[in-house]
Write a protein that binds this ligand. Structure first.
Ligand code: AKG
Length: 278
């Protein structure tokens, strides 16, 4: 994975690597130790108990180890540190070039894999996540333009032992769900890094969390970004505390989709004067 710092993160170079190169880059120096510690503590507090619903299907569900993999959704409502992460100026700058200047956020959640957690199966991310039902997507859909960007902010050391995310370099160029015959585990590379590092990748690249065989927790903040016209995964505005939106920065309002209000009632009798909009 190519590595960039907060100082030399050139959007054009990074966008080229995401589209035409390996599909993932590492960014360092964006977040302070204090921010990472605060985020980690909040996530641990919210995931002290296992989910009652298993969000992890497949192997983890079969082995009964899903309780060692915990998800915390709707992070914006759980601490201002997460708003600062989502709207970090270096990320905004790159993502404006990648997804269009008015891009939005699809979700912000944490993935915590505890010692013994089995990891995930190789997959692609929203809105491509169910590409195994290819016929439900438009004919000819391809990855020549991105409808997704993923940011993982590492809160713990991501090593081979802790279960650092695995990905198949270049697989983002061929938009489809990974198959057994792809031998993902024989060809994958790992998104290794230290707490505070960011793995930024195009979620059309096949990837997955790997088993945590270490004695320590492995958590990351996962942020999904989308072009302005893709329906977000989480309904974040509906789940925020009173006053949050009024106090939000312009960038955060954009990320919440508030600058691009569709669908709207456009029937003039219902919604007032809409002349000029169609
Ligand atoms: O936590 C990870 O390493 C990757 C998580 C992921 O790909 C997902 O939950 O979709």
């Amino acid at each position: 994975m190519r590595q960039f710092t907060a100082q030399n993160a050139d959007p054009a170079e990074i966008v080229d690597e995401l589209l035409n190169g390996k599909g993932a880059v590492r960014l360092t120096g964006l977040f302070s130790d204090a921010a990472i510690k605060e985020a980690r503590e909040i996530i641990h507090a919210y995931s002290a108990e296992a989910d009652k619903v298993a969000h992890f299907q497949g192997k983890a569900a079969e082995e009964g180890t899903f309780h060692l993999q915990r998800r915390v959704w709707n992070l914006l409502a759980k601490g201002s540190v997460f708003s600062d992460m989502a709207a970090h100026p270096v990320l905004m700058n790159i993502l404006r070039k990648f997804l269009g200047t008015e891009f939005i956020m699809g979700s912000i959640a944490a993935n915590r894999i505890m010692p013994g957690g089995p990891g995930q199966e190789p997959h692609v991310d929203y809105p491509y996540w169910d590409m195994y039902k290819q016929e439900t997507h438009p004919i000819g859909l391809n990855s020549s333009f991105p409808m997704n960007a993923q940011v993982s902010i590492l809160l713990d050391p991501f090593t081979m032992e802790t279960g650092a995310t695995a990905y198949m370099p270049g697989s983002q160029k061929e938009l489809r769900y990974p198959a057994e015959a792809d031998n993902f585990y024989d060809h994958c590379e790992r998104m290794l890094g230290d707490p505070g590092d960011v793995a930024l990748f195009y979620g059309a690249a096949w990837h997955c969390a790997m088993p945590n065989t270490s004695q320590i927790d492995r958590s990351a903040v996962l942020i999904n970004y989308l072009p302005k016209w893709v329906k977000p995964l989480e309904d974040m505005p509906a789940a925020l505390p009173d006053g949050f939106i009024d106090a939000a920065s312009d960038d955060l309002k954009q990320l919440l989709g508030l600058n691009y209000p569709y669908p709207e009632v456009l029937d003039t009798a219902q919604a007032g004067n809409t002349i000029g909009r169609t």
